[in-house]
Design a protein around this ligand. Structure first.
Ligand code: GAR
Length: 217
């Protein structure tokens, strides 16, 4: 049985699209049962509909600071769709600790940096200002702290002196689209387990290649 997944978005939904695409394969262990946006104008909604995935809008704005009330409505939609796993894809709304705990081990997020470096806003700018030579993307389990939690998968890119926020985000986005479906596949097929703060993967192996930056030959 495929695991039933909800993707939560607030914007363009390119990670959502990558997950939908991957999940359309017959042997993928999860199906995208619903896409939920907290903004009615999120461009990702159109993409989801075009792919034939049911969409729901739960506007967060009318709830103001009442996060618990927003989450109660959201939880109602997750229940209604029989959701087992949640993927956040650029979902720009913080959750209460209660909601996060309820979904602990079953809710993933993706962030465009090698966490725990550069959480929060403008991770690409943070990486460039810090002068790191390698950055990337991280898929992690969601915990109450923003952009933190057991790391399921990471992918890296080299940073050059010519990079700007735009060029770096474009390259990291490619990595995001690659690792998010892979991470969901592992979770949905029961191949990952949480060991305290650490996520371990059955039969997991690091890829054999070095990534050295700058490369001097
Ligand atoms: C992605 O780059 C994702 O990693 C980032 O928002 C973007 C959403 O793009 N998420 C965060 O920064 C979480 N702190 P998308 O809507 O095209 O998937």
């Amino acid at each position: 049985m495929k695991r039933r997944v909800a993707i939560l978005i607030s914007g363009r939904g390119s990670n959502m699209a990558a997950l939908i695409q991957a999940a359309s394969a017959e042997n993928f262990p999860a199906e995208i049962a619903v896409v939920i946006s907290n903004r009615a104008d999120a461009p990702g909604l159109q993409k989801a509909r075009a792919a034939g995935v049911p969409t729901v809008v739960v506007e967060s704005k009318p709830f103001g600071r009442d996060r618990a009330a927003f989450e109660a409505t959201l939880q109602g939609e997750l229940d209604r769709h029989g959701i087992e796993l949640v993927c956040l894809g650029g979902f720009m709304r913080l959750f209460t600790a209660d909601f996060v705990k309820r979904w602990y081990g079953r809710m993933l997020n993706i962030h465009p940096s090698l966490l725990p470096s550069f959480p929060g806003l403008d991770p690409h700018g943070q990486a460039l200002r810090a002068g790191v030579k390698i950055s990337g993307a991280t898929v992690h389990f969601v915990i109450p702290e923003t952009d933190a939690g057991p790391i399921l998968m990471q992918g890296a890119v080299a940073i050059s002196d010519h990079d700007t926020v735009d060029t770096l985000s474009e390259r990291i986005l490619e990595v995001e689209h690659r690792i998010y479906p892979d991470a969901l596949r592992l979770l949905a097929s029961g191949k990952v387990r949480l060991d305290g703060d650490v996520c371990r993967t059955a039969d997991g192996a690091a890829s054999g290649n070095f990534l050295i930056s700058p490369f001097v030959g």
